[in-house]
Design a protein around this ligand. Sequence first.
Ligand SMILES: [Zn+2]
Length: 118
Amino acid sequence: MTATSDPERRTAVAGKRELVRALNARIQLLAQQSGDDSADKTQVDFVCECSHESCFAVVPMTLTEWGAATSEADYYVAHPEHVDAGAEAVVAGDRYALARSDWRRAYLEARVETLDQS
Ligand SMILES: [Zn+2]
């Protein structure tokens, strides 16, 4: 089964990514609030934004790295071994990978398809 053939699965995958991105944004806020000026260099446990619905792997990144990773809307962060086969890896480090994909557009398209079917 391919990841993109089933609209419901695509919605689930994209929904997981939306969920984890929202979670990671909260983690960032909490880390910023609890830290002093050195917090930017402290590693924070973010959550893997890969396409596996049940993956919530820990992805340690500094707030500075996270800020850079989310500066582009079509970037997502993932465990280094979890970059999608079709995605373009921007950063592939020991702790985390940063990849580019049109996951937000895929999410919107999948939602439209699901709505059309109901
Ligand atoms: Zn993952």
